[in-house]
Design a protein around this ligand. Structure first.
Ligand SMILES: [Zn+2]
Length: 270
């Protein structure tokens, strides 16, 4: 097949996908209820430094502007975003991503004591040994008991990312062990690029909430710009870690969340 033909096929596929995403967003807008701001502490779980801002930047900003406490828990160190980068090794990347996260969260008015870095090695969550998994869940459970959130936001299951899917499992186990009964909201990141995945999530939960960003839109957009290592090429790379079309999906006027309920037979550890 010629390069020109391949390029046309690629372009057609891209247009079809963008159309499907627009349709999906329209359906979610029509079929969702408005998210009502709950009182009490909130926890946002982010597998990587950027997930919290892309998917929940509006809600973080809104809650902080209302004077509500919001804690952010980063699970990984983000060190796998640029494997084999000639100038930044894994340690330097982890440091850079931590700095970017602090800048982004400062735009959203989250203060340093409310930001928690668990620093698991990025890219390993889906293959943690049983002992490592247990240690991580114990840490998460302890943190949740200390914060005692009334709402927790975590990535969708499935979200089209093995890291995000693994985090969902760790966090729901930790919530069950904690004995807490928070409202649990799933947020989409990678699944925005796969409308079928999103629609299946919606049908499975039958409860999608919409947060119009309104006055908080600007703060979110500025916070996204703090993640330059992800949204722009890190020289000498010529492409960004996050595809531009994915980032654009979060520069919109609303955020969407799907309700999750723990199975009835789960409970705190004895
Ligand atoms: Zn992520």
């Amino acid at each position: 097949m010629s390069d020109a033909l391949q390029s046309i096929q690629h372009r057609i596929k891209d247009l079809l996908r963008q159309g499907a995403i627009r349709l999906c967003r329209g359906l979610l807008r029509m079929g969702s209820q408005l998210y009502e701001l709950g009182e009490g502490p909130t926890v946002i779980i982010a597998p990587h430094q950027d997930d919290e801002t892309l998917a929940c930047g509006g809600i973080i900003s809104r809650k902080r502007n209302e004077g509500l406490s919001v804690d952010i828990i980063f699970i990984t160190d983000g060190s796998a975003s640029h494997p084999q980068h000639p100038r930044l090794d894994a340690h330097a990347l982890a440091q850079l991503r931590k700095q970017e996260a602090m800048r982004a969260l400062s735009c959203l008015k989250v203060e340093r004591p409310a930001v928690h870095f668990l620093s698991q090695t990025d890219g390993t969550l889906h293959r943690l040994a049983a002992v490592e998994r247990e240690v991580l869940i114990v840490r998460l459970t302890a943190l949740l008991r200390t914060i005692a959130p009334v709402e927790i936001f975590l990535p969708c299951m499935p979200d089209g990312s093995s890291e995000h899917d693994a985090v969902f499992g760790f966090v729901t186990d930790a919530i069950a062990r904690s004995g807490l009964k928070p409202a649990i909201w799933q947020y989409p990141v990678w699944s925005w690029r796969n409308p079928l995945l999103l629609l299946r999530r919606w049908l499975a939960t039958n409860d999608c909430r919409r947060l119009p960003l309104e006055d908080n839109q600007q703060a979110k957009f500025v916070a996204i710009q703090c993640y330059q290592s992800q949204i722009a090429p890190l020289p000498p790379d010529t492409t960004a870690a996050l595809p531009a079309d994915l980032v654009k999906l979060f520069q919109t006027d609303a955020e969407y969340f799907f309700r999750y309920r723990l199975p009835a037979n789960t409970g705190p550890a004895a």
